[in-house]
Design a protein around this ligand. Structure first.
Ligand code: ATP
Length: 236
């Protein structure tokens, strides 16, 4: 059964269509890259998948018992977020917020989970450092550990490599690949980096206010839209 099935969804802002007629699905353990030029509708779709914005028409169905609040989310990093005055441990632990419910404090298990995910992301040594003093690449590892506390099923990333140098970017993509392959977590990633998208993703969704392509990465490479986009731009 698909984890997420979107049927004919469209989004509008104040009556103006932003993106329309999207028809795609996400399988368990999938790696889907959402690509497209600026203003194509990628972030709007992300808001829809997180249930932060309602489709004007169409349906988003979550299967396999997935709830929108169980999606671990890595937002696009803003200057304010980069300057967040908390320790690495506090940021990672905050990924368990959804599990708190009415409890006022984190449980021992939640604290263990934070420590396990710090270790998995190779940042245990940074545990007591202030988040805002870290490099961009270290901050992304912290946010991945946080997302892993929030989910066992799906991580949604909005341009995770923005502003990172090529070596750090490559390391980050490898880490995301491991999360997908070794931990079996489904990845949905918005990316401007088409070359990395076709290197790592299993499926590609290409948007331009509507759906230009959805299918396997191999079919995308062989498609007219794919070969034009891959050949024409390195950072669309
Ligand atoms: N809050 C908003 N109010 C009105 N229009 C919006 C709003 N957010 C986005 N839009 C419009 O919706 C369309 C899609 O925008 P969106 O931000 O989803 O694109 P994007 O593909 O994520 O772009 P980028 O790559 O630049 O982040 C654009 O035409 C944009 O101007």
């Amino acid at each position: 059964m698909n984890l997420i099935t979107c049927k004919n969804i469209s989004f509008v802002y104040d009556g103006v269509p932003a993106v329309k007629d999207l028809d795609f699905s996400v399988e368990p353990n999938d790696y889907l890259c959402i690509v497209g030029e600026n203003g194509a509708g990628k972030s709007t779709l992300v808001k829809g998948l997180l249930r932060l914005k309602k489709p004007a028409s169409g349906t988003i169905h979550m299967g396999n018992g997935l709830l929108a609040k169980e999606i671990g989310y890595l937002p696009q990093q803003t200057a304010v977020q980069k300057d967040f005055p908390a320790s690495v441990y506090e940021v990672v632990l905050s990924g368990c917020l959804n599990r708190l419910g009415l409890k006022p404090f984190y449980t021992k298990r939640e604290k263990e989970l934070a420590n396990e995910n710090l270790q998995k992301m190779g940042i245990t040594k940074l545990k007591n450092r202030c988040y805002r003093e870290l490099s961009g690449g270290q901050q992304q590892r912290v946010l991945l550990a946080r997302a892993l506390c929030a989910t066992k099923k799906v991580i949604l990333l909005d341009e995770p490599a923005a502003g990172l140098d090529p070596v750090v970017t490559q390391n980050l993509y490898e880490l995301i690949r491991q999360i997908n392959e070794d931990m079996g977590i489904t990845i949905i990633m918005v990316s401007h980096d088409i070359h990395a998208a076709v290197q790592y993703a299993k499926h590609i969704l290409h948007l331009c206010h509507s759906q230009l392509f959805f299918g396997t990465t191999e079919d995308y490479r062989n498609s007219e839209v794919g070969s034009r986009f891959i050949g024409g731009v390195s950072h669309a």
